[in-house]
Design a protein around this ligand. Structure first.
Ligand SMILES: C[S@@+](CC[C@H](N)C(=O)[O-])C[C@H]1O[C@@H](n2cnc3c(N)ncnc32)[C@H](O)[C@@H]1O
Length: 212
């Protein structure tokens, strides 16, 4: 708690919160992950590891879990907790490089990305780079889940993704919204990009048409 506050005072815009998230928020952030099927899960901005612990407790040992954290102190706290946990790949780096990190682990796409990043306070170009990389990283089939304390960035996020569900978690300080998103596409994208059932199964297409 105090470590978190200290990091917030040093760089408020990138930390974006004065305290770690609650276990209730952690449960909501991971509720949509299909742990039986997921081959690759990614987390952005793990902080002190509240979501990371939840995923590690639920994931299969063979599932690769790429955890990206930029802050030096938080990264070393993550290393102490998760170094050597089967399937966990800790990265001290920028979520904006997610596609490179996936590629290094032999994946073109992640099944699910969860994000603790403060899109409301990050500089806009930084958020835009992360979101456009995330579009590529989840591909047509993956799911992107993020939490935000307000819905001020809703329209901004909708430039990149279709928001499918929003859940309010009251038992967090402050209460938070959890947003479940999939790749955005228009009907014209489908007509132009899709070409028969094989295309529907391909993860290389740049839009999503399932359940929208
Ligand atoms: C609001 S905190 C969330 C921490 C944790 N997930 C939680 O819910 O308690 C945001 C985290 O994102 C990290 N962060 C900010 N920008 C980042 C970036 N570009 N790449 C990776 N991590 C970043 C910060 O260092 C911080 O740990």
């Amino acid at each position: 708690m105090w470590k978190f506050l200290r990091e917030y005072i040093k760089t408020p815009n990138t930390i974006g919160a004065v305290a770690p998230s609650s276990r209730h928020l952690a449960a909501a952030m991971t509720a949509w992950i299909d742990f039986n099927k997921a081959k690759c899960i990614v987390e952005y901005g793990a902080g002190t590891g509240i979501f990371t612990r939840e995923v590690c407790a639920k994931k299969r040992p063979g599932t690769v879990y790429i955890v990206i954290e930029q802050n030096d102190r938080f990264y070393s706290m993550l290393q102490k907790q998760f170094h050597g946990v089967p399937g966990v790949v800790l990265i001290h780096g920028d979520a904006g490089n997610v596609c490179n990190f996936l590629k290094k682990q032999g994946f073109s796409h992640a099944d699910h990305i969860i994000s603790g990043l403060p899109f409301t306070s990050l500089p806009e170009p930084v958020s835009r780079r992360i979101l456009s990389q995330t579009q590529k990283a989840v591909g047509a089939k993956g799911v992107f889940t993020t939490f935000q304390y307000t819905l001020l960035r809703r329209q901004f996020l909708e430039e990149y993704f279709n928001i499918r569900k929003i859940v309010r978690i009251w038992r967090n300080l402050p209460p938070a919204y959890v947003l479940n998103m999939k790749l955005k596409c228009s009907e014209s994208d489908i007509n132009v990009t899709m070409n028969g059932p094989q295309a529907a199964n391909s993860n290389n297409i740049n839009c999503c048409w399932e359940g929208l």
